[in-house]
Structure formats: structure tokens, C-alpha cells
Design a protein around this ligand. Structure first.
Ligand code: PGA
Length: 250
């Protein structure tokens, strides 16, 4: 069985002291949860401080992005060995905001995924269609491009180290959640794709998260879908209480 993975993507929010306060409260609220993998993804500047707070707890650390090279003249970038060094276990790659505002492509996502894997970081690979694409009936084409582009060239072991996050762009930060049926349709399409590229056995082991306006009120019905294995949460992860409620969706 797939262990549910619930991750909080803090995006461009929280100073170090705010991050420490949020993590301290969250850690206490979810201390008794042992059947869900719980992840927080603070901004780079707060990773070290958050890592100290979560030491020995059931909360894991993720970064929000990584660069594909390990070292060199790449001003402003942060590499996989640096993220590993600061205590990250996961890294979000190819979030739609990175694709939309920072020119991320399937190719750059794939390079980053490989760099992360090479340094024992678990990639959370984000895929998702925009509203116009959905309305034009292109959802499956876009998802297929994002998924096959992101995981190109990965071995079975490497793929199974990854998490895929389906995040319809029209649902991110808009308050408009995909219905459980819409989410299930795409999740099952992704699992079908992985079945054809790898095998049914491999596809059945991979965790596919849903993201886009996940809140305490809708987490349970989304997670009840057979192919929805977790959530990538933005806005509702910025408060310990709402994120803890999502973590305890069951
Ligand atoms: P949201 O963001 O929960 O605020 O919609 C989700 C995400 O972008 O990961």
C-alpha cells in the first residue's frame, strides 16, 4: 500500500523566526501521526532553522527548487549537494509557478530531477494543465508531456524515489479545487501512463499527490479517491492548525 504524503509548500513566505514558530506548532500538532509522511518546504533561507526544529520528529524537510549543476558560476542558484547538506530529504521540482514565471521546461525539470536523484534527494515532480488547455481538451496531452518529460531516462528505482504532484494550474491559489472526480481522472491517467512506460507493478507503487486549493474541508474527499495518494498544499500550509487538519484527513 502507498503511504500518503502530505507536503506544505510555503512558497515565498516566512522569515526564519516565522518559519520556526510555524514548524514548532506543527510538530506538536502532528506528533501522534504515524501513517502519513509529513513534509514542509520552507524558503531556502529558513531550511537550516526548520531542520533544527524538526530533528527527531516525524516531519521531513523539502526545498522548493534545485539547480541541475552541483557547483560553479551560476549566481543565485542552490544545488542538490547544498540541499542535502542543510537537511533536505525532498525537493519540489517543476512547480507551475517555476514553469510560468521562471522559464522552467520539461527539459530543465528532467535535469533537475536527475541532479536531485544523484544526491539522494527525493524529487516531487509537479505537472498540471492551465485552464485554457483544459478547456481546449488538451489536459491529457499536457500531462503526458510533463510526466514523460520530467521522468525521461529514469530507472525503475529512480522513478520509485520520486513523487508526482498533479496540480491543475487553474486550481492553484484560486480557491477552485478540482472535484474529486476531476482529480481521480487525471491521477488514473498518470498511473496508466506509468504502466505503459514501466509496468503496472511499478505504477501501483508510485505516490501521486494532488495540489491546488487543498483545505481541511476538502482533503478527505480528495484523498478518498483511489489514485490520490497525498496532497501538495500551498496556502493552507501556512498555518499550523489548517495544515495539521489536512495531515489528519482520515
Ligand atoms: P494552493 O497551492 O494550495 O495555495 O492552491 C498549491 C501549490 O501550488 O502547491
Amino acid at each position: 500500500m502507498r503511504t500518503p504524503i502530505i507536503a506544505g509548500n510555503w512558497k515565498l513566505n516566512k522569515t526564519i523566526s516565522e518559519a520556526v514558530a510555524l514548524t514548532t506548532a506543527l510538530k506538536a500538532s502532528v506528533a501522534d501521526v504515524n501513517d502519513v509522511e509529513i513534509i514542509v518546504a520552507p524558503p531556502f533561507t529558513a531550511l537550516a532553522a526548520v531542520n533544527e526544529v524538526i530533528a527527531g520528529s516525524n516531519v521531513r524537510l523539502s526545498a522548493q527548487d534545485v539547480y541541475s549543476e552541483d557547483t560553479g558560476a551560476f549566481t543565485g542558484e542552490v544545488s542538490a549537494p547544498m540541499l542535502k547538506d542543510v537537511g533536505c530529504e525532498y525537493v519540489i521540482i517543476g512547480h507551475s509557478e517555476r514553469r510560468q514565471y521562471f522559464g522552467e521546461t520539461n527539459e530543465s525539470v528532467n535535469q533537475k530531477v536527475k541532479a536531485a536523484l544523484a544526491h539522494d534527494l527525493k524529487p516531487i515532480i509537479c505537472v498540471g494543465e492551465q485552464l485554457e488547455e483544459r478547456e481546449a481538451g488538451q489536459t491529457e496531452t499536457i500531462i503526458e508531456n510533463h510526466v514523460t518529460g520530467g521522468i525521461a531516462g529514469l530507472s525503475v528505482t529512480e522513478l520509485l524515489t520520486c513523487v508526482i504532484a498533479y496540480e491543475p494550474v487553474w486550481a492553484i491559489g484560486t480557491g477552485k479545487t478540482a472535484t474529486p472526480t476531476q482529480a481521480q481522472e487525471v491521477h488514473s491517467f498518470i498511473r496508466g501512463l506509468l504502466t505503459s512506460v514501466y509496468s503496472a507493478d511499478v505504477a501501483s507503487q508510485l505516490c501521486i499527490q494532488y495540489g491546488g486549493s487543498v483545505k481541511p474541508e476538502n482533503a478527505a474527499e480528495l484523498m478518498a479517491q483511489p489514485d490520490v495518494d497525498g496532497a501538495l498544499v500551498g496556502g493552507a500550509s501556512l498555518e499550523a492548525e489548517s495544515f495539521a487538519q489536512i495531515v489528519k484527513f482520515g
